[in-house]
Design a protein around this ligand. Structure first.
Ligand SMILES: Cc1cc2nc3c(=O)[nH]c(=O)nc-3n(C[C@H](O)[C@H](O)[C@H](O)COP(=O)(O)OP(=O)(O)OC[C@H]3O[C@@H](n4cnc5c(N)ncnc54)[C@H](O)[C@@H]3O)c2cc1C
Ligand code: FES
Length: 280
C-alpha cells in the first residue's frame, strides 16, 4: 500500500498528490511515468512523474479528473492509501545536446512538461515555455514554470489570462523572430501536438512529442499502446512515451484514442453514481 502524504487541488479538475514510494523516488527521471491502481479491484492507469523528493521518498503526481479511476483517486484524502504504484516506466526525455529549448504544454500536459523544463534548466539550458489553457480558472503551475523558464508565455483560449489564442501562435513568432531552438518539446492533447509539429516542421526545428495512448501493462506485453512512428509500429510504454514528432502518425493515434469512448462514458457515470450514493 502507498500512502498519500499530501493532496492539493490545483484547479477545479486537476489534483496534485505526493505519494510515499521511496524506490520510485530514487530512480525516476523527467519524462518517465508510473502505473497505479487505486484499489485492489481497480483498473491500472498511467500518470507521469511530475517530481520526486528523494530525501522524503515521495513522488508527485498531477492528474485531471476525467473518468472512473481518476474520480476514485481524487476521492482519496491525505493519509489514506492506494493499492499499487509501479515505476518508473518508459524512457526518460532525452536532454543530450540541448542548449536552448522551447517547452510547449497544453492543459494537464503542463504537469508532464514541468519536470522536463526543470531538468533542462538544471542542466544549464535556456528554457522558453509556452503553456496554454482554456481559461483563467484552469491555469496551473504558473509559479513552477516561472521558476525554471527564461521566458514564460501563458495563453488562454478566451483571453481571460495571459495572451488570447493557441500555443502555436507565440511558437511561430519565436521561430520567425530567429530563436534557434535545438528542440521543441510539446506535451498536451494529441491535436495540440499535431499542430505544434505542423508549425515547427516547415522550419525544420527538431520536435519531440510525448504520446499518451491507452496503456494496460506498461511493459511492452499487451500491445495496447501501439503507435505508428516513421512507418513502424512502436509501443509508447517501452519505446516512448517521447517520439520524434515529425514521424508520428497523429491521425491514427487520434482514431485509436476514441475507440473506448462508450466504455469510458459508462464507467464515469458509474463512478459518479457510486459517490453520489455514498454521500446520501
Ligand atoms: C504515459 C502516460 C502518462 C500520463 N500522464 C498523465 C498525467 O500526468 N496526468 C494526467 O492527468 N493524465 C495523464 N495521462 C492520462 C491518464 O492516464 C488518463 O487520464 C487516465 O487513465 C484516465 O482514466 P479514467 O479511468 O479516470 O478515465 P476514463 O474515462 O477511463 O478515460 C478518459 C480518457 O483517459 C485516457 N485513458 C483512459 N484509460 C487509460 C489508460 N489505461 N492508459 C492511458 N490513457 C487512458 C483516454 O484518453 C480516455 O479517453 C497519462 C497517460 C499516459 C499514457
Ligand atoms: S501498455 Fe501494453 S504494450 Fe504498452
Amino acid at each position: 500500500m502507498y500512502k498519500i502524504v499530501n493532496k492539493k487541488q490545483l484547479n477545479p479538475t486537476v489534483t496534485m498528490m505526493d505519494i510515499y514510494a521511496p524506490l520510485v523516488a530514487q530512480k525516476a527521471l523527467a519524462g518517465q511515468f508510473i502505473i497505479l491502481r487505486v484499489d485492489e479491484d481497480g483498473e491500472r492507469i498511467p500518470l507521469t512523474v511530475a517530481g520526486c523528493d528523494k530525501q522524503n521518498g515521495t513522488v508527485k503526481i498531477i492528474f485531471q479528473i476525467v473518468g472512473g479511476t481518476t474520480i476514485r483517486l481524487n476521492a482519496k484524502e491525505q493519509g489514506e492509501y492506494i493499492s499499487d504504484f509501479v515505476g518508473p516506466l518508459g524512457r526518460p526525455t532525452k536532454t543530450d545536446g540541448i542548449k536552448k529549448a522551447c517547452i510547449v504544454g497544453g492543459g494537464v500536459g503542463c504537469a508532464i512538461a514541468l519536470p522536463v523544463a526543470a531538468r533542462l534548466k538544471e542542466l544549464g539550458c535556456e528554457v522558453h515555455s509556452i503553456i496554454g489553457f482554456r481559461n483563467k480558472d484552469l491555469v496551473i503551475l504558473e509559479e513552477e514554470f516561472s521558476a525554471c523558464s527564461d521566458r514564460l508565455t501563458i495563453m488562454t483560449d478566451d483571453g481571460s489570462y495571459g495572451r488570447q489564442g493557441v500555443v502555436t501562435a507565440p511558437l511561430k513568432e519565436a521561430i520567425e523572430s530567429g530563436e534557434n531552438y535545438d528542440e521543441v518539446i510539446a506535451i498536451g492533447p494529441l491535436v495540440m501536438m499535431k499542430f505544434v509539429v505542423a508549425t515547427t516542421k516547415p522550419y525544420n526545428v527538431p520536435t519531440t512529442v510525448s504520446m499518451n495512448p491507452i496503456m494496460i501493462d506498461g511493459t511492452g506485453m499487451c500491445g495496447g499502446c501501439r503507435l505508428t512512428v516513421g512507418g513502424k509500429m512502436k509501443f509508447a510504454c517501452v519505446d516512448g512515451p517521447d517520439f520524434d514528432g515529425f514521424e508520428v502518425d497523429f491521425d491514427e493515434a487520434m482514431q485509436r484514442a476514441s475507440m473506448y469512448a462508450d466504455f469510458e462514458r459508462a464507467e464515469r457515470e458509474a463512478s459518479c453514481n457510486l459517490f453520489k450514493k455514498e454521500a446520501q
